[in-house]
Design a protein around this ligand. Structure first.
Ligand code: AMP
Length: 602
């Protein structure tokens, strides 16, 4: 970080930057303190007592007695908390919230325990993001300028014990609506609009407010890049009505939520023919290249996570924005905020995050992905003992009751900031398909394909082999499944297309109904994933696929059909496409079941 005196930063910004310097310099000391604090605060909790810790705060005793766990092992404890038990089970403070995480367990959303004070402590993480950007963009008027950040609330519900279940960003916006200084900075949309759970009304109004105030927008963002792409597509489809609202100073009658209408009217106070003309002029050109810069001319950068599966959207972001800098500023989760990108203007393909040692107690499980089981090679290590270039699964211990909890994220050490390591995000363990931060793992995909197979079976068709692909070349993207079928003896004479199309379409739908709840939410509620497609390939295609892999050096004994392909495996996709017989799309929207996460608890 720069040591030049930056007169345009205020005292709070300077303090925040200094804080980052301090905590990264003393990473080892801080990690020890954090563990001691977590264990002493929670000394009386049932979970730690059961494992024999009995108030000890010593790191080596903790590591000896407390097992490494995944979410599944926590579910009996979470069920007790969710149902009615208010005794200190996982943490001594009463749990006030469950955050819904996009990581899934058995296909369902995970519930992450949280309490009020810890949430407030976590919010401090946001104070560290903006000062770094202020340091890099001295010419932005940070007081008057606004971000156009697209955030969406998901429906929330309560457990039997009355604990609120909602996403962390919904909590953040609920809280920030009462705050003068917003944790995410000035935004073009009031919180009421963001908190509306009707995704059409919310997105429409967020765009309307952002367009109306186009001259003050200096950054445009969303949590994940996939959301921004969805927003840009929405703009392509709705600009005529949006421009008309701005021309007339009124709101589209499709916006029926009264508090949302009221909030919008506080921004869209009168007709603005100048902006309406600009929209008309730019959007009617038919080319969407660089549209962001043309409609929001003062935008200096784009703010969205583009690491992990989100990197597939970098070229599209560049297209829409004419290569504005993309800032992927943090790495976080419902379990814990984790890292900051301290070099936010770096190449988006080279992003690293510095783990902030005050956020949790971190341990690292070395992973060897070249080993066919992707298995662990050695013992866990502490934050300051990680090795450059090595990949690890992140393991966290938090104030809110997660002890030695495997996050399921694989990260690689890329360097160090003082004593704190920097990591690149490698992948989510076991996730094979992801378009909108939903996480479909191999087991979930397999279960869904089996359900699809049950639809085909009565028609004499069996799925012999399959693979999949998250196709993001269209907006919204969609899942594509390639199936090779065989037909029963009595149906042998038939060819696959003698089965009515409606059967294949029902098969697509059965697969969608079985996929995880976040897939279904993105598909049916947020409408940012298009209908699933199955592509039937000729008999023998998967044999050719194996041959192709062997010709390229794969071992025949260890060959496994790849259950998921990425856009780099173009040679495999070409082979599948050249053997295509027919394709079908799902014709119905899969059902949502917002609170299934709870029924999943034992
Ligand atoms: P959630 O619990 O729904 O907030 O999702 C958290 C997960 O999203 C993390 O565990 C990661 O798998 C993923 N994620 C969050 N931030 C990033 C990032 N900067 N880069 C890549 N993946 C991320």
């Amino acid at each position: 970080m720069s040591h030049v005196v930056e007169h345009w930063l205020d005292e709070k910004d300077k303090e925040a930057l200094q804080h980052i310097e301090d905590v990264t310099s003393k990473a080892d000391e801080i990690q020890r303190q954090i563990l001691t604090e977590i264990l002493s605060t929670n000394a009386n909790v049932e979970y730690l007592q059961q494992h024999g810790l009995h108030g000890s705060t010593d790191a080596s005793t903790f590591k000896k007695l407390i097992p490494l766990i995944s979410y599944e092992q926590l579910t009996p404890y979470l069920a007790l908390i969710a149902h009615d038990d208010d005794s200190p089970i996982l943490c001594s403070n009463p749990i006030t919230h469950f955050f819904t995480s996009s990581g899934t367990s058995g296909g369902e959303t995970k519930l992450i325990p949280m309490y009020e004070e810890e949430f407030v402590r976590r919010l401090s993480f946001f104070n560290y993001m903006m000062p770094r950007m202020k340091q890099l963009f001295p010419n932005i008027n940070w007081q008057k300028g606004k971000g156009m950040n697209f955030h969406f609330a998901k429906p929330e519900f309560k457990t039997k014990a009355g604990i609120i279940v909602r996403s962390i960003f919904t909590s953040l916006h609920k809280r920030s609506s009462n705050l003068k200084s917003k944790p995410i900075g000035n935004n073009t949309s009031p919180d009421d609009i963001i908190l509306c759970t009707d995704s059409f009304q919310s997105l429409y109004c967020q765009l309307l407010c952002g367009l109306y105030q186009n001259d003050v927008v200096f950054r445009l963002g969303a949590l994940f890049a996939s959301t921004l792409i969805h927003v840009f597509k929405f703009l392509e489809n709705h600009w005529v009505v949006l421009a008309n609202d701005i021309l007339t100073g009124s709101i589209n009658p499709k916006i029926t939520n009264l508090s949302v209408r009221e909030s919008v009217m506080k921004i869209v106070v009168k007709p603005n023919p100048e902006v309406a003309d600009l929209i008309e002029h730019e959007c009617s050109k038919g080319s969407w290249e660089g549209i962001i810069k043309r409609l929001w001319p003062n935008t200096k950068y784009i703010n969205a996570i583009v690491t992990g599966s989100m990197s597939q959207y970098i070229p599209l972001l560049n297209f829409y924005t004419n290569n504005l800098p993309i800032v992927s500023d943090h790495y976080g989760s419902s379990e814990c905020f984790l890292g900051l990108n301290l070099d936010p203007l770096c190449d988006p393909y080279e992003i690293s995050y510095t783990l902030i040692p005050t956020m949790a107690y971190f341990e690292f499980l070395p992973i060897d992905r070249t080993n066919p089981n992707g298995e662990v090679t050695q013992q866990l290590v502490d934050l300051v003992d990680v090795k450059l270039g090595q990949e690890y699964e992140l393991v966290i211990t938090t104030f809110a009751g997660l002890y030695r909890y495997r996050m399921g994220d694989i990260i690689r050490v890329t360097g160090f900031t003082k004593k704190a390591p920097n990591f690149s995000f490698v992948c989510r363990k076991n996730v094979v398909l992801s378009l909108n931060n939903e996480k479909t793992d191999e087991a979930g995909l397999h279960k869904a394909v089996e359900e699809g197979g049950h639809v085909l079976k009565p028609f004499g068709a069996t799925i012999v082999d399959y693979t999949s692909y998250a196709d993001s070349s269209t907006i919204p993207g969609h899942y594509v499944l390639y199936f090779e079928l065989i037909f029963d003896e009595h149906n042998k004479a038939q060819i696959s297309n003698s089965i009515p199309s409606s059967v294949y379409e029902d098969c697509c739908f059965a697969i969608e109904e079985t996929l995880n709840s976040l897939y279904r939410l993105a598909r049916s509620h947020e409408k940012c994933i298009d209908p699933l497609e199955i592509k039937i390939v000729k008999a023998g295609t998967f044999e050719k696929l194996m041959q192709l892999a062997i010709n390229r050096g794969a071992s025949i004994t260890r060959y496994k059909t790849p259950r998921c392909l990425n856009s780099k495996q173009i040679h495999i996709i070409q082979l599948l496409e050249s053997n295509l017989v027919s394709n079908y799309f799902s014709q119905k929207s899969p059902k949502l079941d917002a609170n299934r996460a709870l029924t999943f608890l034992p």
